[in-house]
Ligand binder design. Structure first.
Ligand code: G3P
Ligand code: MG
Length: 344
């Protein structure tokens, strides 16, 4: 029987907790779903609270649209992931696109023009890649020749006429040499690649915005050891720029553990609770992650509970984590069950 005046019972009782799941090293390793994932996600429905436990995915990954990746994840995980339940490293940039809609920006990272297309969907109308720059003038970086598939995806532009107003590193760059060269060209020439360099003082007084979307120095793929992430690319760029000018270039950082990303995730999770239960309320949040530097540090700073799993970057044999989680778990299923048991 309906106990609440015709409102299904699950519509009235928000469970006492909600989850924010990291992806790489928690649910997946590369293309592979981790063994504990599907058993663990089952408890989001089979739980003692009488309603589905709200959750969102929060990854420092990216390079494709939220729609595309959430559909792919739904198939991989065997559970429906809606695009508005899925936050990538650059999702937060949707809100910034209007500031650059008519300006030329560079979008770095990802496969071919996939990230460029995401940026255009966000509202960046003049988004270019470093492959577009190389197609315009191959002598920009003589050590690489565009592949046939790259040649098919480039946008025609004359970069001696395009003043780049900002550089967004959406995902992990595939050609660090080309990308570092072009970032340095843009910054040192005040926006127009190939123009005379402006003095470092001027480069810094009116800087071209450089926005990194993922600070991960390391991440867990299907290789046995963690892989270098976008944070390593940032270190490479800054080391070259410092050698050229003597200073570190000012930049903006999004992605876990940045406060902006966690505040954004809290909004998305609150929207999700409202969509499921008709009330704007944030239950107690448990972040389940594999990287103390991004997942645990960010969750702790956001005032959430944090669970560090042993299936990704963090290796318990290497000593205590650099950021203390609320508790540790062998894998995501144990993390979910332990958190639920604390509230059952
Ligand atoms: O490129 C993705 C990687 O940096 C980490 O992804 O899902 O563990 O935040 P994730
Ligand atoms: Mg991870």
């Amino acid at each position: 029987p309906c106990l609440n005046a015709g409102i299904p019972e699950s519509k009235t009782t928000v469970p006492p907790l909600a989850f924010v799941f990291d992806i790489d090293g928690v649910l997946l390793r590369g293309p592979n779903v981790l063994p504990a994932t599907q058993n663990g996600l089952r408890y989001l429905r089979d739980n003692p609270f009488g309603g589905d436990i709200p959750f969102v995915l929060l990854t420092n990954g990216g390079g494709v649209s939220e729609k595309f990746r959430s559909e792919k994840l739904s198939k991989q995980l065997g559970i429906k992931i809606a695009p508005n339940q899925f936050i990538q490293s650059h999702t937060v940039l949707k809100a910034l696109a209007h500031r650059h809609f008519d300006k030329s920006v560079l979008i770095l990272g990802g496969q071919l023009d996939a990230a460029q297309k995401v940026a255009e969907e966000y509202g960046f109308k003049k988004a270019y890649t470093t492959a577009d720059v190389l197609a315009w003038n191959p002598s920009v970086w003589p050590f690489y020749t565009l592949s046939h598939s790259e040649q098919r995806t480039v946008r025609q532009a004359n970069f001696s006429q395009e003043s780049i107003s900002a550089i967004f590193v959406f995902h992990d760059p595939r050609n660090w040499g080309l990308d570092v060269q072009i970032i340095c060209d843009v910054i040192q020439s005040g926006g127009i690649i190939g123009n005379p360099y402006v003095p470092p003082s001027q480069q810094l007084s009116s800087p071209i915005e450089v926005i990194f979307c993922n600070p991960d120095l390391l991440w867990q793929s299907d290789f046995p050891r963690p892989r270098l992430g976008q944070g390593a690319f940032k270190e490479a760029f800054q080391a070259v720029y410092k050698s050229l000018t003597g200073v570190i270039y000012p930049y903006i950082q999004y992605g876990k553990p940045s406060q902006a990303t966690y505040k954004f995730a809290e909004q998305i999770l609150t929207d999700r609770v409202e969509e499921m239960y008709g009330v704007r309320k944030l239950p107690h949040v448990y972040m389940i992650g594999d990287n103390p530097e991004s997942d645990i540090a960010g969750a702790n700073a956001a005032g959430w509970s944090s669970v560090l799993v042993h299936t990704g970057v963090y290796d318990p044999h290497q000593g205590p984590p650099t950021h203390q989680p609320t508790f540790e778990a062998e894998h995501v299923e144990q993390a979910i069950r332990s958190a639920i048991n604390l509230w059952a």
